[in-house]
Design a protein around this ligand. Structure first.
Ligand code: ZN
Ligand code: ZN
Length: 245
Protein backbone atom coordinates (compact mmCIF):
# COMPACT_ATOMS: atom_id res chain seq x y z
CA UNK A 1 0.00 0.00 0.00
CA UNK A 2 2.82 2.38 0.95
CA UNK A 3 4.54 1.46 -2.28
CA UNK A 4 1.45 2.33 -4.31
CA UNK A 5 1.14 5.58 -2.42
CA UNK A 6 4.73 6.57 -3.13
CA UNK A 7 4.34 5.67 -6.82
CA UNK A 8 1.22 7.83 -6.97
CA UNK A 9 3.00 10.69 -5.19
CA UNK A 10 5.90 10.42 -7.65
CA UNK A 11 3.47 10.37 -10.55
CA UNK A 12 1.68 13.47 -9.25
CA UNK A 13 5.04 15.22 -8.83
CA UNK A 14 5.78 14.58 -12.53
CA UNK A 15 2.40 15.86 -13.63
CA UNK A 16 2.31 18.77 -11.20
CA UNK A 17 5.90 19.53 -10.23
CA UNK A 18 6.21 21.95 -7.31
CA UNK A 19 6.77 25.52 -8.41
CA UNK A 20 8.48 28.53 -6.89
CA UNK A 21 5.99 30.77 -5.04
CA UNK A 22 7.59 33.90 -6.49
CA UNK A 23 8.52 33.27 -10.15
CA UNK A 24 6.20 30.27 -10.69
CA UNK A 25 8.95 28.21 -12.36
CA UNK A 26 9.37 24.48 -11.68
CA UNK A 27 11.75 23.99 -8.76
CA UNK A 28 14.95 22.08 -9.27
CA UNK A 29 15.98 20.22 -7.16
CA UNK A 30 12.36 19.51 -6.33
CA UNK A 31 12.89 19.45 -2.57
CA UNK A 32 13.49 23.22 -2.57
CA UNK A 33 10.48 25.37 -1.70
CA UNK A 34 11.62 28.58 -3.43
CA UNK A 35 14.47 29.66 -5.75
CA UNK A 36 17.41 31.09 -3.77
CA UNK A 37 17.17 34.28 -5.84
CA UNK A 38 13.40 34.65 -5.43
CA UNK A 39 13.47 34.48 -1.64
CA UNK A 40 15.19 37.89 -1.66
CA UNK A 41 12.27 39.45 -3.53
CA UNK A 42 9.79 38.90 -0.69
CA UNK A 43 9.08 42.15 1.18
CA UNK A 44 9.63 40.96 4.76
CA UNK A 45 8.51 43.60 7.27
CA UNK A 46 11.62 44.52 9.17
CA UNK A 47 11.31 48.14 10.31
CA UNK A 48 9.04 49.73 12.92
CA UNK A 49 5.59 48.19 13.02
CA UNK A 50 2.23 48.84 14.68
CA UNK A 51 2.08 47.12 18.07
CA UNK A 52 -1.44 45.86 17.41
CA UNK A 53 -1.69 44.83 13.78
CA UNK A 54 2.03 44.76 12.84
CA UNK A 55 1.62 47.01 9.77
CA UNK A 56 4.79 48.86 8.91
CA UNK A 57 4.70 52.40 10.32
CA UNK A 58 6.69 55.36 9.09
CA UNK A 59 8.24 56.55 12.34
CA UNK A 60 10.01 54.50 14.97
CA UNK A 61 8.17 56.34 17.78
CA UNK A 62 4.68 55.67 16.35
CA UNK A 63 3.14 52.99 18.55
CA UNK A 64 0.09 52.39 16.37
CA UNK A 65 -0.59 52.62 12.66
CA UNK A 66 -3.08 55.15 11.29
CA UNK A 67 -6.05 52.74 11.60
CA UNK A 68 -5.25 51.31 15.03
CA UNK A 69 -4.67 54.75 16.55
CA UNK A 70 -8.19 55.80 15.57
CA UNK A 71 -10.45 52.94 16.57
CA UNK A 72 -10.58 49.89 18.77
CA UNK A 73 -10.54 46.31 17.57
CA UNK A 74 -11.74 42.98 18.95
CA UNK A 75 -8.63 41.27 17.65
CA UNK A 76 -6.02 42.36 20.16
CA UNK A 77 -2.83 41.51 18.33
CA UNK A 78 -1.76 40.35 14.93
CA UNK A 79 1.28 39.49 12.90
CA UNK A 80 1.97 39.58 9.17
CA UNK A 81 5.10 38.43 7.39
CA UNK A 82 5.21 40.54 4.28
CA UNK A 83 4.03 43.83 2.87
CA UNK A 84 1.34 43.50 0.25
CA UNK A 85 3.11 44.40 -2.98
CA UNK A 86 3.28 43.18 -6.59
CA UNK A 87 5.36 40.10 -5.69
CA UNK A 88 3.23 38.90 -2.77
CA UNK A 89 -0.05 39.76 -4.52
CA UNK A 90 0.93 37.58 -7.49
CA UNK A 91 2.13 34.71 -5.31
CA UNK A 92 -1.04 34.66 -3.22
CA UNK A 93 -3.28 34.95 -6.28
CA UNK A 94 -1.64 31.78 -7.70
CA UNK A 95 -2.03 30.06 -4.30
CA UNK A 96 -5.72 30.96 -4.06
CA UNK A 97 -7.00 30.92 -7.59
CA UNK A 98 -4.62 28.85 -9.69
CA UNK A 99 -4.24 25.69 -7.63
CA UNK A 100 -0.71 26.30 -6.32
CA UNK A 101 -1.48 24.50 -3.06
CA UNK A 102 2.17 23.53 -2.58
CA UNK A 103 2.99 27.17 -1.70
CA UNK A 104 1.42 26.51 1.72
CA UNK A 105 4.53 24.57 2.78
CA UNK A 106 6.83 27.51 2.07
CA UNK A 107 4.42 30.07 3.54
CA UNK A 108 4.07 28.05 6.76
CA UNK A 109 7.82 27.60 7.08
CA UNK A 110 8.27 31.38 6.77
CA UNK A 111 5.35 32.08 9.13
CA UNK A 112 6.94 29.95 11.83
CA UNK A 113 10.37 31.47 11.23
CA UNK A 114 9.23 35.12 11.21
CA UNK A 115 6.37 34.91 13.72
CA UNK A 116 8.16 32.53 16.10
CA UNK A 117 8.55 35.18 18.81
CA UNK A 118 4.90 36.20 18.43
CA UNK A 119 3.71 32.58 18.77
CA UNK A 120 5.86 31.93 21.84
CA UNK A 121 4.68 35.13 23.46
CA UNK A 122 0.93 34.69 22.99
CA UNK A 123 0.77 30.87 22.94
CA UNK A 124 -2.50 30.34 21.07
CA UNK A 125 -4.44 27.20 22.02
CA UNK A 126 -5.74 26.73 18.47
CA UNK A 127 -5.26 27.92 14.91
CA UNK A 128 -8.57 28.89 13.32
CA UNK A 129 -8.57 29.38 9.53
CA UNK A 130 -10.86 32.07 8.10
CA UNK A 131 -13.47 29.90 6.34
CA UNK A 132 -14.81 30.02 2.81
CA UNK A 133 -18.50 29.67 2.09
CA UNK A 134 -19.31 26.07 1.11
CA UNK A 135 -20.19 27.13 -2.44
CA UNK A 136 -16.88 28.90 -2.93
CA UNK A 137 -15.07 25.96 -1.32
CA UNK A 138 -16.77 23.59 -3.75
CA UNK A 139 -15.77 25.78 -6.70
CA UNK A 140 -12.15 26.23 -5.59
CA UNK A 141 -11.66 22.76 -4.14
CA UNK A 142 -9.72 23.96 -1.11
CA UNK A 143 -9.57 26.74 1.46
CA UNK A 144 -6.16 28.37 1.23
CA UNK A 145 -6.29 29.58 4.86
CA UNK A 146 -6.98 26.01 6.05
CA UNK A 147 -4.03 24.66 4.01
CA UNK A 148 -1.82 27.24 5.66
CA UNK A 149 -3.14 26.48 9.14
CA UNK A 150 -2.62 22.72 8.62
CA UNK A 151 0.99 23.29 7.63
CA UNK A 152 1.60 25.59 10.61
CA UNK A 153 0.12 22.91 12.87
CA UNK A 154 2.61 20.38 11.49
CA UNK A 155 5.51 22.69 12.33
CA UNK A 156 4.36 24.00 15.71
CA UNK A 157 2.04 21.36 17.14
CA UNK A 158 -0.64 24.03 17.73
CA UNK A 159 -3.85 22.27 16.60
CA UNK A 160 -5.79 23.66 13.66
CA UNK A 161 -9.54 23.62 14.16
CA UNK A 162 -12.21 24.82 11.72
CA UNK A 163 -14.16 26.58 14.45
CA UNK A 164 -15.87 29.03 12.10
CA UNK A 165 -18.19 28.64 9.15
CA UNK A 166 -19.11 31.21 6.56
CA UNK A 167 -22.86 31.47 6.47
CA UNK A 168 -23.16 34.18 3.81
CA UNK A 169 -21.49 33.91 0.43
CA UNK A 170 -20.08 37.44 0.43
CA UNK A 171 -18.51 39.33 -2.45
CA UNK A 172 -14.70 39.26 -2.58
CA UNK A 173 -13.43 41.99 -0.23
CA UNK A 174 -11.02 43.33 -2.85
CA UNK A 175 -13.98 44.58 -4.90
CA UNK A 176 -15.13 46.90 -2.10
CA UNK A 177 -14.10 50.07 -0.25
CA UNK A 178 -13.61 50.30 3.55
CA UNK A 179 -17.24 50.77 4.50
CA UNK A 180 -18.42 48.20 1.99
CA UNK A 181 -15.94 45.65 3.37
CA UNK A 182 -17.35 45.96 6.90
CA UNK A 183 -20.96 45.65 5.73
CA UNK A 184 -20.02 42.80 3.42
CA UNK A 185 -18.67 40.56 6.20
CA UNK A 186 -21.16 41.65 8.85
CA UNK A 187 -22.90 38.49 10.12
CA UNK A 188 -21.04 36.44 7.49
CA UNK A 189 -19.54 34.02 10.04
CA UNK A 190 -20.87 31.67 12.70
CA UNK A 191 -19.48 29.15 15.14
CA UNK A 192 -19.30 25.58 13.91
CA UNK A 193 -21.41 23.91 16.59
CA UNK A 194 -20.01 20.47 15.77
CA UNK A 195 -16.39 21.64 16.26
CA UNK A 196 -17.28 23.67 19.34
CA UNK A 197 -18.82 20.62 21.04
CA UNK A 198 -15.64 18.64 20.44
CA UNK A 199 -13.52 21.09 22.47
CA UNK A 200 -12.56 20.01 25.98
CA UNK A 201 -13.32 23.53 27.29
CA UNK A 202 -13.53 27.14 26.15
CA UNK A 203 -10.12 28.07 24.69
CA UNK A 204 -8.39 31.09 26.18
CA UNK A 205 -6.52 32.30 23.08
CA UNK A 206 -7.07 31.50 19.42
CA UNK A 207 -5.11 32.61 16.38
CA UNK A 208 -7.02 33.36 13.18
CA UNK A 209 -5.16 32.38 10.02
CA UNK A 210 -5.69 34.17 6.71
CA UNK A 211 -3.72 35.17 3.64
CA UNK A 212 -4.16 38.94 3.52
CA UNK A 213 -5.02 41.64 6.05
CA UNK A 214 -6.22 44.90 4.54
CA UNK A 215 -8.67 46.86 6.71
CA UNK A 216 -9.11 44.04 9.19
CA UNK A 217 -12.87 43.75 8.66
CA UNK A 218 -12.72 40.00 7.96
CA UNK A 219 -10.73 39.08 11.07
CA UNK A 220 -12.87 41.48 13.12
CA UNK A 221 -16.07 39.76 11.98
CA UNK A 222 -14.50 36.40 12.91
CA UNK A 223 -13.31 37.73 16.28
CA UNK A 224 -16.82 38.97 17.10
CA UNK A 225 -18.17 35.40 16.81
CA UNK A 226 -15.31 33.84 18.80
CA UNK A 227 -15.47 36.43 21.58
CA UNK A 228 -19.24 36.08 21.87
CA UNK A 229 -18.64 32.35 22.39
CA UNK A 230 -16.46 33.20 25.39
CA UNK A 231 -12.93 33.07 23.99
CA UNK A 232 -10.87 35.66 25.84
CA UNK A 233 -8.15 36.54 23.33
CA UNK A 234 -8.40 36.50 19.56
CA UNK A 235 -5.32 37.26 17.47
CA UNK A 236 -4.44 36.90 13.82
CA UNK A 237 -1.60 35.73 11.63
CA UNK A 238 -1.60 36.62 7.94
CA UNK A 239 0.94 36.36 5.16
CA UNK A 240 0.52 39.93 3.93
CA UNK A 241 -0.61 43.25 5.21
CA UNK A 242 -1.08 46.73 3.71
CA UNK A 243 0.84 49.82 4.80
CA UNK A 244 -0.02 51.52 8.09
CA UNK A 245 0.51 55.16 7.14
ZN1 ZN B 1 11.66 31.57 -8.29
ZN1 ZN C 1 -2.17 48.80 13.31
Amino acid sequence: MDQIKSILTGFAACLYPPRCPVCGEILYPADQRICPECVKKLPVITGPRCVRCSKPVEKEEAEYCYDCARRSFLCERGFALWRYDRVTAESIAAFKFRGRKEYAAFYAQEAVRLAGGFLRRYRPDYLVPVPLHRRRLAARGYNQAALLAERIERLTGIPEIPLLVRIRNTRPQKELNDKGRCQNVDAAFALSQAEWRRLPGIPKTVLLIDDIYTTGSTVEACAAVLKTAGIEHVMFLTLCIGRGF
